[in-house]
Design a protein around this ligand. Structure first.
Ligand code: C2E
Ligand code: MG
Ligand code: MG
Length: 731
């Protein structure tokens, strides 16, 4: 073999030049065998031309070639084409440096198509007679490289997942000591990495929530919750408290024992705020900030469940503002809204922290009171609410008094169902209003019965006009001086097909609660006007007739038109009609009342103040109202306990009327004694059962005849010839 042979010439070398049969080769081969047979390395010897002269068993396995196949193979042919140039260059260089060596890492493609990696040291050992070639000593690093590549990519994956994760992350050991945190975590809590590593999570955990971490660790170590998610608060370095959702995973060792914890955190402060705001909006009344109906119902159910479990009473207070509509109408909705908010504040003052306050809608509020010892306590709380309402409200320079009525419904541990509780409170509220407002009434089952019958009655009433069940009755008004009939009060009658006569004290308030009152009012005016065309004259003069107006009728914008229409339709002189309103209705809003009254009196009709003396008469207002008549309430005419004081009041009222030039009519005279007393204090007119109750129009003729024939009072000195017309405005 020529030492100077260049690899370029190897193509010309006969492939079989190194057959084992060649004794020279065979001898060398033996020496190599001794060298490589037991080595775990890949050992190959190449000749000048780069052909394989020898390959040990490991090499044979590695290259997938038997000794027979391998020897004489062009080594370059075993190498991955991409590595050819580099390897060839190295080999050529090596050939020029006897004893020199190169380190090479290359890829091999085996006959079966496997790609392997070989890390080798090639030594120019031509000078070594035992080798006489390039000794290649290599290791199969395929697996190692693969493992390494995997490791690298794992590390990279972890680096990206941890260090560069936008989500804050923390590693701790099992004692909660921080092993590492990522940048996002540092940013979230406002600490530098160095300030955290080595310390424990109490560094940034909100004091009150330290227990949450401890509990989670305890469960993780007990193996009940290797992975978990919880919410706790962190205190940032700058002191700001944030709410964080923490996901914790436990890393376990090969033995399955926990090694450390990995936390991924999420700042949910803003999210929480928003959901809280949204749910607040969904469950609260925006004006007052109180709970809305659905939240209230929820709380009521919970309270009911608690009462059943632990005993104790609960109560629902339904609070309704008296005449709140008036505030809105007079001062506008802005003030109305402010007043509602101010009322909500007062309710907050009365309520305990466990109570639920709710705006039920409009001017109605609900209070859910829990854990009271007795039904009486509910009443006490209701009274406190009423007391709280006593002080006037001051808004934008206006001062109001706003009273309320309260219906109370109570539940005890045995209550089956609370869904009807608000309804019961509503029934009690109705009762409170009926009893004169500004008070609290506790629901009783009998009220429910009444409510039911009220409801069916209201249904019947809505059809009563249409079905011809309504009529007007007329009660004569008498000149007490001579017993003459000078006018009539028209009073509405309802003949119910099953119940018979239903008194107006029952059906008028019922009608007032719905728009039915307008139908009834229109009917009354029409029927009274019709009656005026048929009522007998007294001494040739037509009598006057009074028609009662309820509060809502009085405030009805259509009233003047309705009155004028009824009079015109029956061709009745307006001055014969007197409209009765109670003094409380008239004085409720004096400015508005004066405007309405002016419109009515412009039509020519007169006003009579009904039930006079029962309200809080203000004399100056009385003068402004300029009524044509005042009807003295029956309680002065038939006092429960007559006394010199009540006589004095009666005398004063009469004196006042005379001074103002107003007709004074005493109501409800039943006995001659009452008659005499009224005459004794100079009361000029009166009505009452002493003469007659209200009768049907077709009975009036008979009534007049009967009164003429046998008057209940003997007016022997009766002055004849007085003209009825003149009674209308008394001397
Ligand atoms: P009011 O306007 O004060 O009517 C007087 C009431 O006293 C009438 O009762 C009358 O029948 C009754 N009364 C008259 N004389 C006597 C007496 O000597 N003794 C006793 N104990 N009572 C006497 P009525 O008809 O039951 O009406 C009750 C109330 O219903 C009326 O009180 C009035 O407020 C209302 N009302 C009656 N008719 C109408 C109507 O057409 N429209 C409106 N809005 N309300 C009406
Ligand atoms: Mg009346
Ligand atoms: Mg009256």
């Amino acid at each position: 073999m020529d030492d100077k042979e260049s690899p370029g010439r190897r193509e010309e070398e006969p492939r079989g030049a190194y057959r084992l049969s060649d004794p020279v080769v065979a001898e060398r081969f033996m020496a190599l065998e001794a060298l490589g047979h037991n080595s775990s390395d890949v050992i190959v010897v190449l000749n000048h031309g780069g052909f394989v002269v020898y390959g040990n068993p490991v090499a044979q396995q590695f290259f997938e070639l038997s000794a027979e196949e391998g020897v004489g193979t062009d080594a370059l042919g075993l190498i991955h084409p991409d590595d050819h140039d580099r390897v060839l260059q190295g080999f050529v260089g090596l050939m020029e440096r006897p004893g020199g060596s190169i380190r090479e890492s290359l890829r091999v493609v085996t006959p079966s198509g496997l790609e392997k990696e070989l890390e080798l040291v090639a030594t120019n050992s031509f000078d070594n007679p035992a080798i006489g070639g390039v000794l290649v000593n290599g290791q199969d690093v395929t697996q190692r490289n693969r493992d390494q590549a995997e490791l690298v990519s794992l590390a990279e994956r972890f680096r990206v997942a941890f260090a560069e994760n936008m989500a804050p992350m923390t590693f701790t050991d099992l004692e909660d000591r921080i092993i590492d945190v990522n940048d996002a975590m540092c940013e979230m809590v406002g600490y530098a990495r160095e300030e955290l590593v080595g310390r424990d999570s109490t560094t940034f955990t909100y004091v009150e929530d330290v227990g949450i971490t401890e509990e989670s660790h305890r469960r993780a170590l007990a193996g009940t919750a290797p992975q978990t998610r919880y919410v706790k608060r962190y205190r940032r370095k700058d002191g700001r408290v944030i709410t964080v959702e923490v996901s914790r995973a436990t890393a376990v060792g090969p033995d399955g024992a926990p090694q450390y914890f990995v936390f991924s955190e999420r700042d949910i402060t803003e999210e929480r705020k928003m959901t809280a705001e949204l749910s607040k909006r969904a469950l609260h009344d925006p004006l007052t900030g109180l709970a809305n109906r659905s939240l209230f119902e929820d709380r009521l159910d919970q309270a009911h469940a608690r009462a059943r479990r632990h005993g104790g009473f609960g109560a629902v207070l339904l609070i309704d503002l008296d005449d709140f509509k008036g505030v809105n109408d007079t001062y506008g909705h802005v003030i109305g809204d402010e007043l509602l908010a101010a009322i909500a504040d007062r309710l907050r003052r009365v309520a305990r922290s466990t109570d639920t306050l709710c705006r039920f809608g409009g001017d109605e509020f609900l209070v859910l009171v829990e854990e009271i010892a007795s039904a009486d306590q509910a009443r006490v709380i209701a009274e406190r609410v009423l007391e709280e309402m006593v002080a006037p409200f001051s808004l934008r320079g206006t001062t109001f008094v706003q009273r309320a009525s309260i219906g109370v419904a109570i539940f005890d541990p045995s209550a089956e169902d609370v869904s009807t509780l608000v309804q019961s409170a509503d029934i009690a509220l109705y009762e409170a209003k009926r009893q004169g407002r500004g008070r609290a009434v506790v629901f009783t089952p009998s009220m429910h019965q009444e409510a039911v019958s009220r409801f069916t009655l209201a249904q019947d009433l809505s059809l009563a006009v249409e079905r011809g069940e309504m009529s007007m009755a007329f009660q004569p008004i008498i000149d007490l001086a001579n017993g003459e009939v000078v006018g009539y009060e028209s009073l509405m009658r309802w003949h119910h097909p099953e119940r018979g006569a239903v008194p107006p004290d029952v059906f008028i308030p019922l009608a007032e609660q719905s728009n039915l009152i307008y139908d009834l009012g229109a009917f009354a005016l029409r029927a009274a006007a019709e009656g005026m065309t048929r009522l007998p004259r007294t001494d040739g003069y037509p009598p006057y007739v009074t028609v009662n107006l309820s509060a809502r009728q009085f405030h009805d914008r259509n009233l003047p038109q309705l009155v004028a229409g009824a009079l015109r339709h029956h061709d009745v002189a307006p001055h014969r009609l007197l409209l009765e309103i109670t003094e409380s209705v008239a004085l409720e809003d004096i400015t508005e009342s004066l405007a309405i009254i002016e419109e009515l009196t412009n039509l020519g009709v007169g006003i009579a103040l009904d039930d006079f003396g029962t309200g809080f008469s203000s004399l100056s207002y009385l003068v402004q109202l300029r009524p044509r008549a005042i009807k003295i309430d029956q309680s002065f005419v038939r006092p429960a306990a007559p006394s010199p004081q009540s006589d004095a009041i009666l005398e004063l009222i009469l004196l006042l009327g005379r001074k103002l030039g107003v007709m004074m009519i005493a109501e409800g005279i039943e006995t001659p004694a009452q008659y005499n007393r009224l005459r004794g204090v100079n009361c000029r007119y009166g009505q009452g059962f002493l003469w007659s109750p209200a009768v049907r129009l077709d009975e009036v003729e008979d009534l007049i005849a009967r009164l003429g024939e046998s008057p209940p009072i003997d007016h022997s000195r009766r002055r004849r010839g007085r003209m009825s017309e003149r009674h209308v405005v008394d001397e």
